[in-house]
Design a protein around this ligand. Structure first.
Ligand SMILES: Nc1nc2c(ncn2[C@@H]2O[C@H](COP(=O)(O)OP(=O)(O)OP(=O)(O)O)[C@@H](O)[C@H]2O)c(=O)[nH]1
Length: 426
C-alpha cells in the first residue's frame, strides 16, 4: 500500500494539502473502490471543489474512483484513426494550380513533388473533391484491384463524369461567348458543377480495365518505378464541348474509339500514361476537361500547373474553330507563360463534313506560333504523335543541358508526319 501511495503521489494524484487524508466519507466523495475499501482514499486531481473522488487499490492496481484511473495512468491519448482496409493514405489528390480540393475549396499550396496517388487513394480522395462531390454524380468507378499498396509511381485514374444531357458535336460553348471575366463571375466554380447533379454517369472508357495506365506504370521497371519522378508532366486537353477531347485521350490511352452517342464530360478527370522518349520513361498526367462553358471556372484552376496544353477544335465545326482565339486568350491568361501549346484539328476522318480547311488551321497555328496537326480519335491518326511530341518537348526541357541545341517541336512534328505518311489530312 505504501509503495502504491508513493507511486500515486509521485504521479500527482494528491492535490490535497500534503499530509491531508481524504476518507471515503469525504463530502462529495464516493466510496473507495472495492479493492481499496478500508484503505486510505485520497482525492484525485480531477476532483472539483464540490465534487470528490477517491483512489485506492483494486486487485493490487492503483485505482481512482473519480476518474477511473486516468489520473494514475496519465492523460488518455486520442486514439490514432484506424486505417480502413484498402486506403493507403488519407491524402487528397493534388490539383494543378497549387491546391487540394477539400470539401469544395481550393486549399493552400500544392506540395511540390507530391507523389501521385494510388488508385485506392484516388478512389477515396475523389469523394472529397469538389468537382465530383458537388455534382453528386454517382458512385466513383472502381479502380485498382489492390488499392492499399500505394507506390509513388502508380498511375491512377480519376475520371470525371459524363453528362447524359450532353449535346452532340461542337456546340458553340467556346469561350467566345463570354469573356473570361464574365465566365468567372457568372459560373461560380463548383457551384456551376452542382448544376449537373443527377444527370451524369460514369465515363464508359473503363472498358479496357480501369487501371491499365497504372499497371503500365508499375510494369515500367523494377519495383514499378521505371520513370524519373522529375519527368512527370501535366498536360491538359481543352477545347469546345464535343470536339473529341475525351475520345482523343481514350484513343491514346487504350488505343480504341468508343462510338455512340455523345455525353459531355462533367468537371475534369485525368489519366496517367508512361511513354518512352529516347529510352527515357516520361509520365504524362493528362487532364481531360469539360468543354462546356459552365465548367470553365473549374478548369481554369487546372491551367496554372499544366506544362502542356492540347487545344482541340473539330474540323466539322466552324464554330469550334472560331472559338480557338478565345481559348488562346484564356490560356494566356491562366496558364504558365512557357506552357507548351499544340493546336489539333480533330475528326479529320470525317472529310465529307469538313468545315475548316487544313490550311486555315495551319495558318492560325502559325499566327500564334504553336505546332499544329490534324488528328482523328476515331482512326488514331496522329494521336500518338501529338502526345509523344509533347512528351519529347517536356523531357527535353527537363533534361537537356543548356549548351545543347534546343529541341524543335515544329520540326519534329513535320518530320514525323512525313515519316508516317500521314499527310493526307494534315
Ligand atoms: N468521327 C469522329 N468522331 C469523333 C472523333 N472524336 C470524337 N468523336 C465523336 O464526337 C463526340 C464528342 O466526343 P468527346 O470526346 O466526348 O468530346 P469532348 O471534347 O470530350 O466533349 P466534352 O466532354 O463535352 O468536352 C462523340 O460522339 C465522339 O464519338 C473523331 O476523331 N472522329
Amino acid at each position: 500500500w505504501e509503495l502504491a501511495a508513493r507511486s500515486l503521489s509521485a504521479q500527482g494524484c494528491l492535490p490535497t494539502p500534503p499530509g491531508r487524508t481524504v476518507h471515503a466519507s469525504h463530502p462529495g466523495g464516493r466510496a473507495a473502490s472495492p479493492g481499496g475499501e478500508g484503505r486510505e482514499p485520497r482525492l484525485c486531481p480531477s476532483t472539483t471543489a464540490n465534487g470528490g473522488g477517491t483512489w485506492g487499490l483494486e486487485r493490487d492496481q492503483p485505482f481512482c474512483g473519480n476518474c477511473r484511473g486516468s489520473c494514475l495512468r496519465g492523460p488518455e491519448l486520442p486514439r490514432p484513426p484506424r486505417p480502413r482496409a484498402g486506403l493507403a493514405s488519407p491524402r487528397l489528390p493534388p490539383i494543378p494550380g497549387g491546391g487540394t480540393l477539400r470539401g469544395g475549396e481550393h486549399g493552400g499550396g500544392d506540395e511540390p513533388g507530391t507523389a501521385p496517388l494510388s488508385c485506392g487513394e484516388l478512389d477515396r480522395a475523389k469523394l472529397s473533391r469538389a468537382v465530383l462531390n458537388r455534382t453528386q454524380a454517382g458512385r466513383p468507378q472502381p479502380c485498382c484491384a489492390e488499392p492499399s499498396r500505394a507506390a509513388p509511381d502508380r498511375g491512377g485514374r480519376d475520371w470525371g463524369e459524363r453528362d447524359r444531357t450532353g449535346q452532340g458535336g461542337a456546340n458553340g460553348t467556346g469561350p467566345g461567348r463570354a469573356g473570361p471575366g464574365a465566365v468567372r463571375g457568372a459560373e461560380g466554380g463548383a457551384g456551376a458543377v452542382r448544376g449537373a447533379a443527377g444527370a451524369a454517369r460514369s465515363l464508359p472508357a473503363a472498358g479496357a480495365g480501369p487501371c491499365s495506365s497504372a499497371m503500365e506504370a508499375r510494369a515500367a521497371g523494377p519495383g514499378g518505378a521505371g520513370y524519373n519522378e522529375a519527368l512527370l508532366h501535366k498536360t491538359i486537353l481543352v477545347g469546345d464541348s464535343g470536339v473529341g477531347k475525351t475520345s482523343l485521350l481514350v484513343q491514346f490511352d487504350q488505343g480504341k474509339f468508343i462510338p455512340g452517342s455523345f455525353s459531355a464530360t462533367v468537371g475534369i478527370g485525368f489519366t496517367n500514361k508512361v511513354v518512352a522518349v529516347d529510352g527515357v520513361k516520361v509520365k504524362l498526367q493528362i487532364w481531360d476537361t469539360a468543354g462546356q462553358e459552365r465548367f470553365r471556372s473549374v478548369t481554369h484552376a487546372y491551367y496554372r500547373d499544366a506544362q502542356a496544353l492540347l487545344l482541340l477544335y473539330d474540323i466539322t465545326s466552324k464554330m469550334s474553330f472560331d472559338n480557338i482565339r478565345a481559348w488562346l486568350t484564356e490560356i494566356h491568361e491562366y496558364a504558365q507563360k512557357d506552357v507548351v501549346i499544340m493546336l489539333l484539328g480533330n475528326k479529320a476522318d470525317v472529310s465529307s463534313e469538313r468545315a475548316v480547311r487544313t490550311e486555315d488551321g495551319a495558318s492560325l497555328a502559325r499566327e500564334y506560333g504553336v505546332p499544329f496537326m490534324e488528328t482523328s480519335a476515331k482512326t488514331g491518326m496522329n494521336v500518338e504523335l501529338a502526345f509523344l511530341a509533347i512528351a519529347k518537348e517536356l523531357k527535353q526541357r527537363a533534361m537537356q543541358p543548356p549548351d545543347e541545341p534546343r529541341f524543335q517541336i515544329h520540326d519534329y512534328i513535320e518530320s514525323q508526319k512525313k515519316k508516317s505518311g500521314c499527310c493526307a489530312f494534315a
